[in-house]
Write a protein that binds this ligand. Structure first.
Ligand SMILES: NC(=O)c1ccc[n+]([C@@H]2O[C@H](COP(=O)([O-])OP(=O)(O)OC[C@H]3O[C@@H](n4cnc5c(N)ncnc54)[C@H](OP(=O)(O)O)[C@@H]3O)[C@@H](O)[C@H]2O)c1
Length: 395
């Protein structure tokens, strides 16, 4: 069997490292053609030594220079590239078959879109690209014939429970609802009045998943579930009203699909991202992922609750943005990224995140997003507004 060439965007992150762990177990199936990171030279060097990719990109120029000298010192064959354009270039390389899009935030948009435009097998972890540019992204995939496979555990679960060819086939009509599950994060039961005092360390301490800082805070505000709602609407061509968010604290069921004959199909497993990553990499086959088998007797109990929109205002804001359509989701995402970064820097309180996002949405008008430049313009303006809101915030 020929090995498939993989480009891992965001290789030093949580998803990137999990992807490389699956690849490490199957050298007969996959080889690493390109790896990218922002500033983490130490981890990137270790990955270059192990996987010997043709290209390694550091978005940050100084980090790229540091990696160049390290690669020279260790006589590595890897060509080191610098800057944002290089992310796009390696995602679009002719010799690359599969792209894992795992950069965090809007910084991943251009490279995810490049992979889609050049017809790759696109493993999409970077949900922010779909939230920012849903219609443009899906049109790009349809035009190029790219194979888009969701890596977010919920969307991967939904994909596994959907009928074949769900976007076009007759069977798609049999789908009544998507049940999008979420754990409720670390603050599901904390008294609401205490939320304003929670620290970044508490917010990043997710009860079930070990993830990067930004998505951990998004899980704590449940903005993550809101972004996932928007992601599901685009991926599965469904209405906002047909996606029901269900809080499921054990994170064993990763999401469900309800059919018109009364069947509800669920995908289950231990909370380990190597399962959806291995599923995406090997699809339509399956491979060993190194994940411990689920022991339902040990889990013993699966419980379900309605989401609490008062405790988690970001969930309401994301739902409203999804219903409003147009560029509101792009504004929601940009304002959230700025606010989360400020919270992680201890510049604002946890509860300010939703307030800043709400203020930015309140100031926004809907714009048509038919090109990446239009998306980036809306994104830039929303970030500027969010920074103004931050400046007016007293901690
Ligand atoms: N973690 C999960 O379990 C999980 C689950 C579902 C979906 N996702 C999605 O997957 C994506 C990645 O999440 P993560 O948790 O893996 O994030 P993470 O651990 O923070 O890793 C982010 C990666 O992106 C790189 N990066 C950061 N800023 C960048 C920039 N400006 N330009 C280029 N590269 C940049 C980082 O490089 P440096 O290391 O050099 O900073 C790192 O390689 C997110 O969209 C997230 O929503 C994650």
């Amino acid at each position: 069997m020929n090995t498939e060439a993989v480009c891992v965007l965001g290789a030093t992150g949580s998803i990137g490292q999990n992807t490389l762990d699956v690849i490490r177990q199957h050298p007969d199936r996959w080889r690493v053609a390109a790896l990218t990171a922002n500033t983490n030279v130490v981890d990137m060097l270790a990955l270059c030594k192990e996987f010997r990719p043709e290209y390694a990109v550091m978005s940050d120029a100084a980090s790229a220079s540091a990696l160049v000298s390290e690669c020279r010192t260790h006589s590595l064959p890897t060509e080191v590239l610098a800057g944002e354009q290089s992310l796009v270039d390696v995602a679009a390389l002719d010799q690359v078959d599969t792209v894992m899009a795992a950069i965090v935030g809007g910084a991943g948009l251009a490279s995810s879109l490049a992979a889609a435009r050049t017809g790759k097998k696109v493993l999409l972890a970077n949900k922010e690209s779909l939230v920012m540019s849903g219609q443009l992204f899906m049109d790009t995939v349809a035009r190029s014939g790219a194979q888009l496979l969701p890596i977010d555990s919920e969307h991967n679960a939904i994909f596994q429970c959907m009928p074949n060819n769900y976007l076009a086939g007759q069977q798609a009509k049999a789908v009544e609802r998507i049940l999008l599950t979420g754990s409720g994060g670390p603050f599901r039961q904390m008294p609401i009045e205490q939320l304003q005092n929670v620290t970044p360390a508490q917010a990043c301490n997710h009860p079930n998943w070990n993830m990067g800082a930004k998505i951990s805070v998004d899980s704590a505000t449940m903005m993550n579930k809101g972004l996932e709602l928007i992601e599901a609407v685009w991926l599965f061509n469904t209405r906002v009203e047909d996606v029901e968010i269900v809080v499921h604290p054990q994170s064993v069921i990763h999401s469900m699909v309800q059919y018109n004959d009364g069947s509800v199909l669920a995908q289950m497993g231990n909370p380990d991202m190597r399962t959806p990553i291995a599923h995406g990499l090997a699809w339509p086959e399956r491979v060993f992922a190194g994940v411990q088998a689920l022991n339902l007797v040990e889990v013993a109990k699966l419980s379900f609750e309605r989401p609490d929109f008062e405790r988690f205002p970001c969930l309401r804001l994301a739902t409203d943005a999804a219903l409003a359509g147009g560029s509101f989701s792009c504004v929601l995402n940009a304002a959230n990224e700025i606010a989360v970064e400020a919270f992680l820097q201890h510049d604002i309180r946890f509860t300010d995140i939703a307030r800043i996002v709400e203020e930015c949405l309140g100031m926004a008008n809907s714009v048509e997003l038919s090109s990446i430049d239009a998306v980036l313009e809306v994104d830039k303006a929303a970030r500027a507004r969010a920074r103004q809101c931050l400046a007016a915030t007293q901690v």
